[in-house]
Design a protein around this ligand. Structure first.
Ligand code: NAD
Length: 422
């Protein structure tokens, strides 16, 4: 039975997710009996988030928190502030979190949240009110043992601090473990800010080694120069690769000799985007997809690699820093063209892995050094990717289907062991 409250299309995020589950079902043997569990979220909460704006008017915003699966542990997943956020998108993002946490074998389920808002139009005070009211509204289902939010698009450590403070005030006890991605003085983890980009780099490094692509001199194009894209670009730069193109919401810039990241990164921090960077040529946004590169890192939003763009890409390797950047038809085209895709559900799992470290550190009140974090992250990502690669070879499927196979088997085995309540 399909769900009555969403209407997914072939290329919408939930539609894409459902097709990914359908693809893996034949590999699950007797566990496929439980497959419907994965095709519906356990719980979806829609909330009204009213705030008084600085000019005295009242603005209402639609907010969501979706818990796709809590079978293997508390829900885990970010909160997105974006004017285009929908329930359906948040459902897909929460489901991909279930797959991701299981693929890396973290003791979490999958969840996600969002508010339909353009945060760039809000003052700092309005943003704080929005965050606190939203946290209060979803407070009935989140908690250190229930569901642990984290940053996503347009949310950051400051927003996590307000969420943690609001939840703690409402429950009457300081609860550092209710969110991850917090500032360091509030129990945040060293290495968390760059963890997702680091995971993209680590999985990319391993994939490049397997296909015989030398990172020294490799040309990299990055879409989305925020938390994920920027950190990944820096690490590839340190490994000897050159970033030849970058695109964000402000525009696209190109330099075939390599963008000088030591100047570009401060420029992005100072101006809010890549546009206007002196050390590059500005170009058409569509031309970004034709750029001559070895590695493409989509690290912005969903559905950026359409079928038309997939036919034109020059890269040998696509590293999905973003969630759901490749449409269903595009995925098949990339496979047919022999372009290797390291899928989001493993490629960008570095963030949730260090979130797990943060949560563990908060509970034990014992904190690790950044080096310890990075070494543990590297080890977990390399081990998880190796397991996925072996699964792909065994079943002769893509890395995406293999990641789903590993993850769905873990989730549905846990489901079967727990049994169906009552
Ligand atoms: P962010 O807000 O820090 O950066 C988003 C970037 O995308 C910005 O550079 C923005 O300019 C760009 N962007 C937005 N709209 C665009 C458009 N239409 N065209 C081109 N660029 C556009 O967000 P982030 O945390 O870096 O997240 C990026 C992606 O990575 C998202 O898909 C997110 O779900 C995913 N992700 C993030 C994390 C994390 O830890 N932050 C973890 C896993 C996955």
């Amino acid at each position: 039975m399909t769900l009555s409250y969403v209407n997914p299309t072939d290329d919408s995020p939930w539609g894409t997710y459902l097709s990914q589950v359908d693809r893996v079902a034949p590999l699950l043997g007797p566990l496929s009996r439980w497959i419907e569990t994965l095709k519906r979220p356990k719980r979806a909460l829609i909330v009204d988030v009213p705030i008084e704006l600085d000019n005295g008017t009242i603005a209402h915003h639609e907010g969501y928190r979706v818990q796709h699966s809590l079978t293997r542990g508390p829900g885990k997943g970010g909160v997105r502030y974006h004017p285009d956020v929908t329930l359906e998108e948040v459902m897909a993002l929460s489901a991909w979190m279930s797959i991701k946490t299981a693929a890396v074998n973290l003791p979490f389920g999958g969840a996600k949240g969002g508010i339909r808002v353009d945060p760039k139009k809000l003052s700092q005070k309005e943003l704080e009110k929005l965050t606190r009211r939203y946290t209060s509204e979803i407070g009935i289902i989140i908690g250190p043992q229930q569901d642990i939010p984290a940053p996503d698009v347009n949310t950051n450590a400051q927003i996590m601090a307000w969420m943690m403070d609001t939840y703690s005030m409402n429950t009457g006890a300081t609860a550092t473990g209710v969110v991850t991605g917090k500032p360091i003085p509030l129990g945040g983890s060293l290495g968390r800010v760059k963890a997702t980009g680091r995971g993209v780099y680590v999985t990319g490094r391993e994939a490049a080694r397997r296909i015989g692509l030398d990172l020294i001199g490799a040309k990299v194009a990055v879409q989305g120069f925020g938390n994920v894209g920027l950190s990944a670009a820096e690490l590839f730069g340190q490994a000897g690769a050159v970033v030849v193109a970058a695109q964000d919401h402000t525009g696209s810039i190109f330099n075939d000799q390599g963008l000088d990241l030591s100047r570009l990164v401060p420029h992005v921090h100072a101006t809010g985007g890549v546009a206007g960077f002196a050390g590059a040529e500005a170009g058409d946004n569509e031309a970004f997809w034709d750029v001559d590169c070895d590695i493409l890192i989509p690290a912005a939003l969903e559905n950026q690699i359409t079928a038309a763009r997939a036919n034109r890409l020059k890269a040998k390797l696509v590293l999905e820093g973003a969630n759901g950047p490749t449409g269903r038809a595009a995925d098949d085209i990339l496979f047919d063209r022999g372009i290797l895709v390291v899928p989001d559900v493993i490629c960008n799992a570095g963030g949730v892995t260090v979130s797990y470290f943060e949560w563990v550190q908060d509970f034990s009140s014992f904190f690790w050094t950044e080096d310890e974090i990075n070494v543990k992250l590297d080890k977990i990502m390399v081990g998880a990717l190796r397991n996925i690669w072996d699964t792909a070879d065994r079943h002769k499927v893509t890395l995406r289907t293999a990641t789903f196979a590993v993850a769905c088997e873990r989730i549905l085995s846990a489901r079967q062991e727990r049994g169906l309540y009552p």
